[in-house]
Design a protein around this ligand. Structure first.
Ligand code: HEM
Length: 453
């Protein structure tokens, strides 16, 4: 008899789509009026600031899902990678379709990956080729899923507990907890400490920015990225030589890579190991720290959810704590959009009313943020709920290039925040210091919190 319910449920979801879209339109008009009547910077700057907030982004996507789920424009918004125009995809089914169709929608990062390594691509920048499979498989032999419970969790828990214990009732979360914890994981688990924590954090952060966020190809940033990449390559080349000269094998990621090289595995020359490790280290440090801060910041704006997460941390209930943090990240994913370039003339949502033709060369922005709020597929999408099935979350990609570190992320983020969330009376510091400060970068640089000792 369940089928009898299909019609009303389907109608209800369509009504929600309409209601949320129209509600979002009204709120966005309000935002525009607020920017119009504000003072200080120019109207355009005020409007940009208002519209770039996470809540405005969610509203813009609610409107797009209703009125133009697949928006196609001739304008080129991205200049860092070649393209002929822009499309924005907002319905969940279409976002997942784009990220699943590697033959039609390809990754674009190859040229910048080659700049970083001094000539070679890294597997995130590759199409679905034999070389892609070889490189990913090699690195999966080195970064093993078993390690998450046996090595990574204890390492992160130990670092985070020590760092929070050293904070006297007040902590600048990115500087004193999340960046050092992510850097220590590179030191202990990867076996690649860099010349200093500050330098490895700077290199990986600048290169992540260059690859994924520098969409307008800012010449000053690009010059900094090239200098960081050269220093990173030199350091890692020398480090690999030094590690090979050491007696006794170490069971860390670089040690495993060297063991695979000694066993004659293809794709594991010194240069290959260096390039793969650069890619993984860029993936690990800035992202883990940034995502942890975004989740925390979102919780701090939701007193009930914050209390629930703190109670879970104190009760040692790791699954429940993780559920709070990943639901918080649903509202503030680090990457709200994932982009691909159309490799040929094609269509999205073919055969549906919302189908759109996508000319070859179009940069397609598939919004994973929007996919996680689509009322046609996600029950009660605007509620903060810790009971959602994991499949709802598209926090770090989907399909072939879904995040290599996905299993790590599910443990590192809750584990590094747990000792802080377990502190009594956790709250924002007074004034602007208690607000997330990006300090002119796309990443959380400061967030001062206080707690009772
Ligand atoms: C919370 C932290 C993280 C976030 C938000 C994140 C985000 C993402 C996203 C959105 C993608 C897909 C990119 C695309 O399809 O264009 C991705 C892929 C990737 N990530 Fe992560 N990531 C995180 C942590 C990590 C960690 C810890 C590592 C390394 C251990 C890592 C390494 C990679 C790699 C190598 C890929 C490419 C996978 C492939 O091409 O098959 N990431 N990540």
């Amino acid at each position: 008899m369940g089928w009898l319910l299909n019609l009303p449920v389907s109608l209800w979801r369509r009504l929600l789509l309409i209601g949320q879209g129209l509600g979002a339109l009204a709120m966005l008009i309000g935002t525009g009026l607020k920017a119009l009547s504000g003072s200080g910077a120019t109207f355009a700057d005020r409007l940009k600031a208002e519209l770039s907030s996470p809540v405005s982004q969610r509203r813009a996507f609610a409107l797009l899902r209703l009125v133009q789920p697949n928006l196609v424009l001739r304008t080129r918004f991205i200049t860092s990678y070649p393209n002929t125009g822009t499309a924005v995809t907002s319905r969940r089914a279409d976002v997942l379709e784009v990220l699943s169709r590697d033959e039609d929608f390809g990754v674009v990062y190859g040229p910048r990956m080659e700049t970083i390594t001094g000539g070679e691509n890294f597997f995130l920048g590759m199409a679905n080729t034999a070389r892609y499979t070889r490189d990913v498989s090699n690195m999966r032999l080195a970064v093993r899923r078993d390690d998450v419970a046996s090595l990574v969790k204890p390492m992160v828990a130990g670092s985070a507990a020590e760092l929070v214990a050293a904070a006297p009732g007040r902590i600048d979360v990115p500087q004193a907890l999340t960046l050092p914890t992510a850097a220590r994981l590179l030191e202990t688990y990867f076996g690649t400490p860099g010349p200093s924590q500050a330098e490895i954090a700077d290199w990986t952060t600048t290169l992540f920015w260059y690859l994924f966020i520098d969409l307008k190809a800012d010449p000053a940033l690009d010059a900094r990225a090239e200098a960081s990449a050269a220093a990173f390559r030199d350091w890692l080349d020398a480090w690999i030589v030094a590690r090979k000269g050491e007696s006794g094998a170490k069971d860390d990621i670089i040690g495993r890579c060297l063991a695979m090289q000694a066993g004659g595995l293809p794709g594991m020359s010194d240069r290959d190991i260096r390039n793969n490790l650069i890619g993984l280290m860029i993936g690990e440090l800035p992202t883990t720290s940034a995502a942890a801060n975004l989740a925390l910041d979102e919780l701090l704006d939701r007193p009930e959810a914050l209390a629930g997460a703190c109670a879970a941390a104190r009760a040692d209930d790791d699954d429940r704590l993780a559920a709070y943090l990943f639901e918080a990240l649903r509202f503030r994913p680090l990457n709200p959009l994932i982009y691909r370039r159309a490799l040929r003339d094609t269509a999205i949502a073919a055969g549906r009313l919302r189908a759109r033709r996508i000319p070859e060369g179009t940069m397609v922005m598939a919004s994973n943020l929007s996919a996680m709020f689509d009322p046609l597929e996600i029950p009660h999408p605007t509620d903060f709920s810790i009971d959602r099935p994991w499949e709802v979350y598209v926090l770090w990609g989907y399909g072939l290039h879904a995040c290599f570190g996905a299993y790590l992320n599910r443990v590192t983020i809750p584990t590094m925040l747990k000792p802080l969330l377990a502190r009594p009376g956790l709250r924002r510091a007074a004034g602007p210091e208690g607000r997330l400060d990006l300090a002119g970068t796309p990443f959380p640089v400061h967030l001062h919190l206080e707690f009772d000792r």
